[in-house]
Design a protein. Structure first.
Length: 226
């Protein structure tokens, strides 16, 4: 078994410690930045739906501000966004580089995309259900929770899976500011140094993580679809 691994992955033995460190760096970025981005994206997506013209909490100024801000942020390539946000990262987390320094850029790079996905999902909720809940005396907040969110769990899960795949991809770009991670490991050793076995190992690890996340998502969708 060891001989087979050595044959297929000749560089694994001497790079194993750094690979493990890279996996932990990516895991940190996903857990911390991903969690923050998920909650912020959900909140912004809800606000886009309820404050739009004709929404249950119509606030045109708020809607147009959020709508334009999202369009602007989505138009900026992520690698440029990282550089632009370095001063803000230093202000908020005390550094503009490393894993910690990547948090702000990853959040700003993910929230606009995810909030649009959430807006689309919530907009598909049956308007009759919304009107019925308001007619029964539900407050706008209760309507958001009891109708918009509970009715959209399968859709929210589905767009979370889509966003997760994109998020893992941009963690590799975050290596440009020294954030490390498995994508940065693959670029340095797999591409720049020509260790092809390391590229395929990193790809396999990423596919395994994404597949596991999607499997959990499919289970949630199956249990909440009615």
């Amino acid at each position: 078994m060891n001989d087979t691994i050595q044959t297929l992955l000749p560089n694994l033995d001497r790079l194993s410690e750094e690979l493990i460190e890279s996996i932990l760096q990516t895991a940190t970025m996903v857990v911390v930045s991903g969690t923050i981005a998920w909650f912020l994206g959900l909140i912004v997506g809800i606000l886009l739906v309820v404050t739009k013209p004709g929404g249950i909490m119509e606030q045109r100024a708020v809607f147009h501000f959020l709508d334009r801000s999202i369009d602007v942020l989505r138009a900026i390539p992520f690698i440029i966004l990282i550089v632009i946000l370095i001063p803000l990262s230093r202000l908020l987390v005390g550094t503009g580089s490393g894993v910690t320094g990547s948090f702000v850029a990853l959040v700003f790079g993910t929230v606009p995309f995810f909030s649009r996905q959430i807006e689309s999902v919530l907009s598909d909720v049956n308007p009759g259900l919304v009107e019925a809940s308001l007619g029964m005396g539900f407050s706008p907040r209760q309507t958001v929770w009891e109708v918009y969110l509970k009715e959209s769990i399968p859709g929210i899960t589905r767009v979370t899976m889509i966003t997760f795949v994109s998020f893992v991809g941009i963690t590799a770009i975050a290596g440009a500011i020294g954030a490390g991670g498995i994508g940065d490991f693959a670029i340095r050793y797999g591409y720049q140094m020509g260790y092809r076995d390391m590229i395929w190992l990193c790809v396999a690890i990423i596919l395994l993580v994404i597949s596991a996340f999607q499997l959990m998502g499919q289970i949630i969708i199956k249990k909440t679809t009615h």
